[in-house]
Design a protein around this ligand. Structure first.
Ligand code: EPU
Length: 357
């Protein structure tokens, strides 16, 4: 039988040649932004097309559990990984003209997201400047359709290349096929743990028009006396605004927003506004309302709340932090407390934005 990866059969897998270096008992402590010191029984890094194919076929079938790891910025590890961690580390950026004022930029999945934003700003390519300083890698950006300050990845997304786990087949997916929504995509649902994203392609503009739809960003620029920012001024403003509210994972472990902002019906919104005139909410196109989860959590008196080294961040209640030695289970306990408090006070369910392993 050939090594085509189509079926998991132990006897033929034993005869397949393993080219990738497999490390045993690898600590993932430095590879997740919460800084949780869990181990992976096996670990390997994907740097080439051949690695992706080998991982998607041979390793996918060989190990009982396969964890795909990008920048580790949206993960809460509550246990060790029993199987293999596939760390996506392929690099490279290509550009191609696309019409008069647009460029198609392809970034390999292992490129650091913020470095990519800086690269684009240097090249005069706009579209992702509002997403500066978001932790993580290019390949994981589509999974949760990263977003900040009025912009989401889907606004500039063109397509992606991936390998199907099991068969190793290489596929290209269009923006529609990725089914992007608020902090959501097909990769969190139907295709969860089914594909290895190898590269993303974005449609960026050579003409810069700042997106100042987010009030806080406008105010931040006003204070600096800037009314029509250049591309590099936008990147700087986004970075300093983020730094003023959000903890730096290099200093304090965290995974950005731990929860999604919940969306409620018009009826629920009327009820809550009646009880809480200061309620922070945003009308959605379909008539529903998105609520600011940070505000809900703060109203429950939980801003800065600590359970051991696990805490609700004291400047942005949507973020949970690890002050040093919290375990994933402790952070999960705190997250559950936040959820139940918000449910009790407001009757609103907070969904996790992070993946719990
Ligand atoms: N607020 C509070 N208390 C808090 C936090 C927020 O009252 O502790 C209020 C703020 O005053 C504001 C409102 O809630 O009126 C919204 O806060 P903010 O502008 O900080 O944004 P957010 O809705 O809490 C979202 C994203 C962030 C993104 C910001 C800015 C989600 C889950 N989070 O947060 O994304 O940076 O908007 O666009 O949608 C991330 O995904 O990791 C992330 C940080």
């Amino acid at each position: 039988m050939s090594c085509d990866g189509s079926r998991p059969q132990a006897e033929w897998m034993d005869n397949c040649k393993v080219n990738m270096e497999i490390v045993e008992n690898k600590s993932l402590g430095k590879l997740n932004t919460f800084g949780l010191g869990v181990n992976s029984r096996y670990y390997t890094e994907l740097t080439s097309r051949e690695d992706f194919i080998e991982a998607a076929t041979l390793h996918f079938h060989r190990y009982p559990e396969v964890l795909i790891l990008g920048g580790g910025s949206n993960m809460l590890f509550t246990r060790d990984v029993e199987g293999i961690t596939l760390a996506v580390r392929n690099k490279g950026i290509d550009m191609a003209d696309y019409g008069r004022d647009e460029v198609l930029l392809t970034a390999r999945a292992g490129e650091n997201w913020h470095e990519l934003v800086l690269f684009c700003a240097r090249e005069g390519l706009s579209g992702i400047e509002n997403l500066a300083m978001i932790p993580g890698n290019a390949g994981t950006a589509p999974v949760q359709n990263i977003g900040a300050y009025g912009v989401e990845l889907k606004d500039v997304f063109h397509s992606l290349e991936a390998f199907v786990l099991g068969s190793g087949e290489q596929i290209v997916m269009s923006k529609d096929e990725c089914r992007f929504a608020y902090r959501d995509s097909i990769f969190k649902g139907e295709l969860k743990n089914r594909v290895l994203i190898a590269a993303i392609t974005l449609k960026l503009s050579l003409k810069f028009t700042p997106d100042l739809s987010y009030r806080g960003l406008r105010e931040h620029l006003d204070v600096a006396g800037i009314s029509s920012p250049s591309l590099s001024q936008m990147v700087e403003a986004v970075c300093s605004l983020r730094a003023s509210k959000l903890p730096d994972p290099a200093v304090t472990g965290n995974a950005g927003s731990f929860f999604k902002n919940p969306v409620v019906s018009i009826e629920k919104h009327v009820e809550l506004q009646g009880r809480y005139p200061d309620l922070v909410s945003y009308p959605q196109e379909d008539g529903s309302f998105k609520l600011a989860a940070g505000w809900l959590i703060e109203q429950c008196g939980l801003k800065g709340k600590r359970l051991g080294d696990a805490a609700v961040h004291d400047r942005q209640a949507l973020v949970l932090v690890n002050h040093g030695n919290a375990s994933g289970r402790e952070i999960l306990r705190l997250a559950t407390l936040v959820q139940s408090s918000v449910m009790e006070k407001f009757g609103v369910n907070l969904e996790f934005e992070v993946n719990v392993i």
